[in-house]
Design a protein around this ligand. Structure first.
Ligand SMILES: [Zn+2]
Ligand SMILES: [Zn+2]
Length: 171
């Protein structure tokens, strides 16, 4: 599905649609888990000798975890991808993929893998105001405060002691 016969480009751009299964070897050893297969859709255009331009979309859902509270967070991925395949190994375009000179076939697999990695956010939160886990007892602070006492800045500790003495006097 992700291999394109470049000779067919003489007749115009090629539309490519396909699905890569989440357990496809192409997607082995990723740092995130896929909750769905990866949908690939796009168009490959001849863009001069040895140059091919791809404009497409990658879509899937990633099973991520909140960086603060570790809750499962499904993250919808929908990436607009524009890359150049070129046989010019000196190309200084960082978004370019180098292919063999005079290649007759183009494999989109590596590009799909790389662009998917780029599209997945590194820092996922279940929600912006997530309170995370208590670093001492591990309780999920979104469910309420834990019984750990907040650590006091030593400069404030003396003042806190005074306040407590005052409140005792009042009793
Ligand atoms: Zn969270
Ligand atoms: Zn705690």
């Amino acid at each position: 599905m992700l291999r394109v016969d470049l000779r067919a480009l003489h007749e115009g751009p090629i539309e490519i649609t396909g699905v890569v299964a989440a357990d496809d070897p192409l997607l082995d050893d990723l740092e995130f888990d896929l909750a769905e297969p990866v949908r690939v859709r796009g168009r490959l255009t001849d863009s001069g000798p040895g140059r091919y331009y791809w404009h497409g979309e990658l879509g899937t859902e990633v099973a991520a975890r909140c960086r603060r509270c570790l809750a499962d967070v499904p993250v919808e991925i929908s990436a607009d991808v524009r890359v150049l395949f070129t046989d010019d190994s000196g190309a200084d375009d960082p978004a370019a993929y180098i292919i063999e000179p005079r290649a007759t076939e183009l494999d989109l697999g590596e590009m799909v893998r790389e662009e998917l990695i780029l599209a997945v956010p590194e820092f996922v939160l279940c929600r912006e105001e997530c309170r995370g886990l208590c670093p001492r007892c591990g309780k999920d602070l979104n469910e309420g405060p834990c019984t750990c006492r907040p650590e006091l800045d030593p400069r404030w500790a003396a003042l806190e002691e005074l306040k407590q003495r005052w409140s005792k006097k009042k009793e």
